[in-house]
Design a binder for this molecule. Structure first.
Ligand code: KIV
Length: 276
């Protein structure tokens, strides 16, 4: 796999050439593997709240946790573009605070860009962040941070009026200068329509095949998050029982005095021992 660091320009030029790959990561070991596997974009997602911290909502994670995760990920990454996901309340109060927090992802955590979810003042905030020189990925459709305002965790854009609103949002974000947009939980035909209208790449998260790329939560595809599995997730391996088996084996070996074996043990010469 090529080692050259992926740039925003590379992501833009991938549209209509080949599909863009994106996954989440929140820690050093997993980010190392995702990067080494040749994934184009790593999102330090606020889904960290659910899959790592065991919280019931992404609104419950803040800048402190997100920055710790983002720093661990960028330490691991050589090639993938790394995006910091703006947590709820880090950008909603006012555009100035949003710019300040976006800068922390770039300057303190070494991220390449930020992502923020659509909300009432999204355009105003996005414009200020882009004006400050920080690349922004938009996120429309099912936006988990404000899911209560959307009637819960439901597929969005299911009637013509709602779909029209999403098309307008996508076009407005492109006009402001976003370099890509996540489309979450949309009917595939609507996502395809938005993708055709945009010059920038669309990234599907449960929005079908007709987008320019795909993103999923890595813990979901690895079978490491057992609380719920959205319809759009494909589990590529079920690691949870494998990990549990290994841990049980360790437990048994400790109890049965089989671990540590000779090769895991430090020794001292007999003559030194005798001096004691
Ligand atoms: O936080 C997250 O994981 C996301 C998704 C788009 C996967 O925002």
């Amino acid at each position: 796999m090529e080692e050259k660091k992926i740039t925003i320009h590379d992501i833009l030029t991938l549209k209509n050439k080949r599909k863009i790959t994106m996954l989440t990561a929140y820690d050093f070991p997993l980010a190392t593997l995702v990067d080494r596997a040749g994934i184009d974009i790593i999102l330090v997602g606020d889904s960290l709240a659910n899959v790592v911290l065991g919280l019931d909502s992404t609104t419950k994670v803040g800048m402190t946790e997100m920055l710790i995760a983002a720093k661990a990920v960028t330490r691991a990454v050589n090639r993938s573009l790394v995006i910091g996901d703006m947590p709820f309340e880090s950008y909603q109060a006012n555009p100035q605070e949003a710019v300040r927090n976006a800068k922390r992802f770039i300057e303190e955590a070494n991220c390449d860009a930020i992502k923020l979810e659509w909300f009432d003042r999204c355009l105003e905030v996005t414009e200020e962040i882009i004006k400050s020189g920080i690349p922004v990925m938009g996120h429309i459709g099912l936006t988990p941070q404000t899911a209560d305002k959307l009637g819960g965790f439901k597929v969005q854009g299911k009637d013509a009026e709602a779909a029209k609103r999403l098309i307008e949002q996508a076009e407005a974000l492109e006009k402001l200068g976003c370099f890509a947009i996540v489309l979450e939980c949309l009917p595939d035909k609507i996502a395809g329509m938005i993708t055709k209208k945009l010059k920038i790449p669309s990234i599907s998260c449960g929005a079908g095949l007709d987008c320019d790329g795909q993103v999923l939560v890595t813990y979901d595809i690895l079978g490491l998050f057992e609380r719920f599995k959205p319809k759009f997730v494909k589990q590529y391996i079920n690691l949870a029982p494998l990990i549990q088996k290994a841990i049980e084996e360790y437990r048994d070996e400790v109890i049965q005095n089989k671990f540590p074996a000779k090769e895991h043990t430090f020794t001292i010469k007999e003559e030194e021992l005798k001096k004691l």
